[in-house]
Design a binder for this molecule. Structure first.
Ligand code: GLN
Length: 492
């Protein structure tokens, strides 16, 4: 029998129901896998096996015995877990132990899950490669010289390497979908407001969403059904009823229409193997009885610029609170003034990318530049939203690549932030428009790297995304491939 840590949530659930899987054995196997692989992959900043065992014993004693009873779920290091160090992979939050737990995590716990904290990430979720973590880079399990994507690179890497059963990530401009694509797993960015952001350490509050990263579409539907829904602790969390996402997987897709935005296929920089995989996937959807229509998103070429104005503006405001007084680390002042303390704390505490964004965001919000940049960015955002409204009026889902290329090499884009930003071209529009989008495996490059296909739908239409994704998954085998990870005994 396959090791338990290689299984999906729904497989483990039925094994447990048959008495063929015991939560202690599952956690034990998972911890062995993490111990074996984490020194090489660095998917987790740290894992405290003792605390996890204690959490499990408590769960076994007291329940609740819900949908996720005894199943370990990994969470990104920007989701607060009461009493557990939560740092956003930043030095400035070192030793910060939140006094409360994120609502999404609370909901997992209410279903009996075991929470495995501290999946590695780009500092404050700024990035597309997990290289900006203050605690070291995460490697791609398919090729250790390559990035796992970002910013939820640790979550996606752990799921792909069976060092997690499933995970939560966060997505402000693609941070669930792009790492899911680079690591060959499923990632869903829900509609803005579908999942409570309470307890998510903010990057850009009008764009941030929490969502699942899983081994298959069924697990994705299952986790979404647990974490979605209204939360009085977050006023931007929508009071919209949560449908049965798992039931949606059974619905036939025959007759549904998918639109391929024409701008996305002429985009320069899209790799030939990504394009070929997407074309083949469109063929597979047609064979499932779906109809292809041509659509246009005319403002696509402005999306990256608008996003980096809006996102950095919000980030610079959100990061103003880290002053060495209220949270985490404080620099030694050596008798200096209060201002010295602020300055030194922030100079030592933030990494290069965080500083770049604070400077850029402060600039676009400053008097004199506000109208020219920030206000204009917001106007473009509205136009992008309208593009989606129009395109989605003539089809049920949109199909495009998740990223223009497969995983790039570690270090390749680090000295060229603009090139790094451009790699988000296909993902950021969904955040600007607030709509749901899912990435799933749809092929491999000649070098054996996974390629991701992205599906987008109208607000709160996660069901149709999951329905189409499930039909495609059942008709293909991509999600069954596993990376062969070189032995890591030397690096221990
Ligand atoms: N890569 C994008 C950025 O750097 C998106 C990050 C995210 O979604 N958190 O801002």
């Amino acid at each position: 029998m396959d090791r338990l840590c290689t299984r999906t949530i729904h497989e483990l659930r039925s094994l447990m129901d048959q008495g063929a899987c015991e939560p202690r054995a599952l956690l034990q196997e998972l911890l062995e896998q993490v111990e074996r692989l984490n020194p090489t992959l660095h998917a987790y900043v740290t894992v405290d096996a003792g605390r996890l065992m204690r959490q499990l014993e408590q769960r076994l004693r007291q329940g609740p015995r819900g949908k996720l009873f005894g199943i370990p779920i990994t969470v990104k290091d920007n989701l607060c877990v009461q009493g557990e160090e939560t740092t956003c992979a930043s030095r400035i939050l070192r030793h910060f132990r939140p006094p409360y737990t994120a609502s999404a995590i609370e909901r997992l716990t209410q279903e009996g899950a075991i929470i495995v904290p501290r999946a590695n990430m780009d500092e404050f979720a700024f990035g597309s490669s997990t290289e900006s973590s203050a605690y070291g880079v995460t490697r791609n399990p398919w090729d250790l010289e390559r990035v796992p994507g970002g910013s939820s690179g640790g979550s996606a890497c752990a799921v792909a390497a069976d060092a997690a059963i499933a995970a939560l990530g966060t997505d402000t401009g693609g941070s669930i979908r792009q790492p899911a694509a680079f690591c060959g797993v499923v990632g869903l960015k829900p509609t803005y407001g579908r999942v409570s952001r309470y307890g998510l350490i903010a990057f850009a509050s009008s764009l941030d969403v929490i969502g699942p990263i899983t081994k298959d579409v069924r697990d994705c539907a299952l986790l979404l059904s647990v974490i979605a829904g209204h939360d009085p602790k977050d006023s931007t969390c929508a009071p919209v009823e949560v449908p049965d996402y798992v039931a949606a997987l059974q619905r036939p897709v025959k007759g549904l229409r998918f639109g391929v935005p024409k701008e996305y296929l002429i985009e320069e920089g899209i790799a030939p193997d990504v394009k070929a995989a997407l074309e083949a996937s469109c063929g597979a959807l047609e064979r499932l009885g779906m109809r292809r229509v041509s659509v246009s998103l005319p403002h696509t070429s402005y999306a990256v610029a608008a996003y980096y104005v809006v996102a950095t503006a919000e980030a610079s405001s959100n990061l103003a609170r880290y002053d060495g007084v209220q949270y985490g680390a404080r620099a030694a002042t050596d008798g200096g003034s209060l201002l010295d303390m602020y300055q030194r704390t922030r100079a030592d505490g933030f990494g290069t990318e965080a500083k770049r964004r604070i400077i850029l965001g402060t600039y676009v919000l400053s008097r004199g530049y506000y109208d020219a940049y920030y206000l204009k960015g917001l106007k473009v955002r509205t136009l992008i939203k309208r593009d989606f409204d129009e395109a989605l009026a003539s089809c049920d889902v949109l199909i495009c690549p998740t990223s223009p290329t497969a995983a790039f090499r570690i270090g390749e884009k680090l000295d060229n932030p603009l090139q790094m930003y451009l790699s988000d071209i296909f993902t950021i529009s969904a955040n600007l428009a607030g709509i749901p989008a899912l990435s799933m495996p749809c092929g491999f490059t000649a070098k054996g790297l996974p390629i991701g296909m992205q599906l987008l739908a109208g607000p709160f239409r996660e069901e149709v995304l999951l329905q189409v994704a499930s039909a495609y998954e059942q008709a293909t085998e991509w999600h069954r491939r596993k990376p062969e990870i070189r032995s890591c005994s030397t690096s221990r």
